[in-house]
Design a protein around this ligand. Structure first.
Ligand code: SF4
Length: 429
């Protein structure tokens, strides 16, 4: 039976420059772990990615926390954990291409404590995206807001990651900086931005708090991007590219996020975008299928909804990328229903769940005790929907081979490690 040594922990290691032994493993830098009935959840900050790890991998995580050697039988799974940046290693990290499940899983396991909470730094935004998921909340909350109340509610939500979002966080740098300083340390942080504003003054705070930057870009075709994400005064595509350039110079871990709609879900266009991202040095890409939330729930959003074949198109994209071993991590979120899967704290500190049919419903607020907040999350959030959102659940039914196992590790391996990898992660239909 697996020994659980901590409930939640953050271990910063693996960046010391010392040679790393996989027989005496340690967690990699910026990795957070949490015990779960199936083993562990691991969040890798550098990739902005969650992995569910079964009881076999859990033995390695336990050993890493206790600083004790692993048994020889666990070395193969330790290598898998090292390849995905969970366990520290000298070299040999691999791109995960949609892999979220490590070990013996038939499906995404349900999770009854939140993984992610989205926190509004502000309800203001200079863009008018045609599908804006937050439009209803922004209209409801206007220009007011209090980030201390947002932080208070976020602290009561037992999520591993807080996404600082809005609105556009760059529209109110003062609030964004304050929210970062309030939440840093307690949770891993991600900053969502469209690049519509000046990122530069925020860079020191992002670096100090090791914030992962997520930049919205729907297409490298500037005209198409700006049609989907129109800015009031400037091109949103230009702002996004400027943000990516600054992040690269500052060495910030960065993801590009793309909302997949009927306007950009073409198979070839997505492949071109992937290739353009790689050429631009982007190493993490998350694709969100358009969900009928906010503006997208209304008649204007209906025309943008991707068709029924889009999940398969996205699974194909991931599968091709895995087979070609392309240097880009890809994650896909659900594409059709919000499915009570997302938690959002508005700019006044109220906690909302995006409900299937009723839009955003308030479930808790600032000052509510943590046990009540967790009970509200459990009452309103779908354990399978929430887990699926962050663990590539929407493409699992398309058999992209997104479970990494150690079936034949240890046998013949090519010099670049590719042979072994393909046996671990077997893309198939
Ligand atoms: S940038 Fe975000 S908040 Fe602003 S309009 Fe677009 S989707 Fe809505």
């Amino acid at each position: 039976m697996t020994t659980k040594v901590v409930q939640d922990s953050r271990v910063a290691a693996g960046a010391t420059g010392e040679p790393v032994s996989l027989t005496r493993p340690r967690l990699a830098a910026d990795v957070r772990i949490r015990t779960e009935p199936f083993g562990y959840l691991a969040y890798v900050g550098d990739r902005d990615h969650f992995f569910a790890i079964d009881h076999v991998g859990a033995r390695v995580i336990d050993a890493a926390q206790l600083a004790i050697p692993i048994a020889a039988r666990d070395e193969p799974i330790a290598r898998v954990l090292a390849r995905y940046g969970i366990v520290a290693a000298d070299a040999g990290q691999a791109y995960h291409h949609g892999v979220s499940l490590i070990g013996d899983f038939d499906a995404v396991p349900p999770i009854d404590r939140p993984l992610v909470v989205n926190c509004f730094a502000t309800a203001e935004c200079p863009l008018r995206c045609r599908y804006c998921y937050a439009d209803d909340l922004m209209r409801r909350e206007g220009k007011g807001g209090d980030v201390d109340l947002v932080a208070q509610t976020a602290e009561a939500v037992p999520a591993m990651v807080a996404v600082i979002t809005g609105g556009e966080p760059l529209a109110r740098i003062d609030r964004t900086e304050r929210l970062i300083s309030r939440l840093a340390g307690g949770k891993a942080l991600v900053l969502d931005t469209s690049g519509a504003g000046d990122l530069e003054p925020l860079l020191p705070a992002l670096q100090d708090a090791r914030v992962h930057l997520r930049v919205s870009l729907d297409s490298f075709d500037r005209a198409l991007n700006d049609r989907l994400r129109p800015g009031r005064t400037r091109s949103s595509g230009k702002g996004a590219r400027a943000a990516l350039g600054l992040a690269r110079t500052a060495g910030l871990p960065t993801t590009v996020q793309t909302v997949v709609t009927a306007a950009n879900d073409d198979r070839d266009a997505l492949r071109r975008m992937r290739d353009d991202l790689m050429a631009a040095g982007v190493r993490n890409w998350v694709l969100h299928g358009l969900a009928p939330a906010g503006k997208a729930a209304g008649p204007a959003g209906r025309a943008l909804r991707p068709d029924a074949s889009t999940p398969e198109t996205l699974a194909d994209l991931v599968r091709d990328s895995a087979m070609a071993d392309l240097p880009i991590n890809i994650r896909v979120t659900a594409n059709d229903r919000p499915g009570n899967s997302a938690l959002i704290i508005g700019s006044t500190g109220d906690l909302y769940v995006e409900h299937d049919r009723r839009g955003k419903i308030r479930v808790a607020g600032p000052g509510d005790p943590a046990d009540q907040v967790l009970a509200a999350c459990r009452r309103h959030v779908s354990p399978a929907g929430h887990a699926g959102r962050y663990l590539n659940g929407s493409i699992q039914p398309y058999g992209s081979g997104l479970v990494a196992k150690t079936l034949t590790v240890g046998s013949v391996e090519s010099s670049d490690g590719r042979g072994r990898r393909e046996r671990e992660q077997t893309p198939g239909r």
